[in-house]
Design a protein. Structure first.
Length: 270
């Protein structure tokens, strides 16, 4: 079963040219199909970049195939901004957890099994980065597409509509699936393929626990605002990443308040 830097037997990646501090090398648009089949499932068409969307559609067409459906891992525009144009290009419906993001298709459901010309995928709800974050299990390749829940490099941000409690539960769920379903690789929404999935997910869990300990220490030292905690915990942070750090700090303090690890009422300012 082939898994290398460019994809797997059933999955190939088209990298969108939208690099940046939050998108790493750019958005990964994944194209999946059973070998020799015509139907293709596209995950995350990408932002509103006509050249990228047309390149993805052309790649599928040149393979003698057709897009059966486009799936969205979550609502952020670097994954979804081009969904309507891509649907117009290909005639394919767009499906997501949020019904408002769907175009000509039904909302996805946790645990739903998708089939397209022999290809099988399962929808896995992994909220936390956002409330509508999804991952997708491809059993025949023993891989998981993780959107922005687990990245190929660096760590995920907890957006304002996400939540750290949900995120930790999603990481535990992914770890369980990596073990029980013998997942061999993670195909992220940004960054390179991860071929050591258990190590990666454990690193994510350990990183979050370490950050929580640092935030507890910052609060104990008298820090009471997001800026004060960022200055102590995220020393030397790139100014471009400061809004993301603030979002994470807010999520961490709210989570710790629910656990009783910071003074009651502190989260009201976050």
């Amino acid at each position: 079963m082939r898994i290398d830097g460019s994809g797997t037997l059933r999955a190939s990646c088209a990298l969108c040219p939208n690099p940046g501090p939050m998108t790493l090398d750019g958005t990964n648009t994944w194209m999946l199909r059973e070998p020799g089949a015509r139907a293709v499932i596209v995950v995350d068409p990408g932002p509103d970049d006509e050249r990228h969307l047309e390149r993805v559609a052309r790649t599928v067409q040149e393979q003698g195939a057709q897009v059966a459906v486009a799936l969205l891992s979550h609502h952020h525009p670097d994954h979804t901004g081009g969904a309507r144009y891509f649907s117009e290009l290909t005639g394919a419906p767009v499906r997501a957890l949020d019904p408002e993001l769907c175009i000509g298709g039904e909302a996805l459901r946790d645990g739903e099994r998708l089939r397209a010309d022999g290809l099988e995928m399962q929808v896995i709800a992994t909220p936390g980065h956002t409330s509508d974050s999804l991952s997708f299990h491809v059993p025949a390749d023993s891989v998981m597409l993780t959107g922005d829940t687990v990245l190929g490099r660096g760590t995920a941000v907890i957006a304002d509509d996400g939540g750290l409690a949900d995120y930790m539960e999603s990481l535990y769920r992914l770890r369980h699936m990596v073990r029980t379903a013998e997942i061999r690789a993670l195909l992220p929404g940004h960054g390179p393929i991860c071929t050591e999935p258990l190590l990666k997910v454990n690193e994510y869990i350990d990183h979050r626990e370490e950050r929580l300990s640092q935030v507890i220490a910052a609060v104990a030292a008298g820090d009471r605002t997001p800026d004060e905690i960022i200055d102590r915990v995220y020393v030397g942070i790139d100014p471009e990443l400061r809004p993301a750090a603030e979002s994470s700090v807010r999520a961490q303090v709210r989570y710790l308040a629910k656990r009783g690890d910071v003074p009651a009422g502190l989260e009201e300012g976050f």
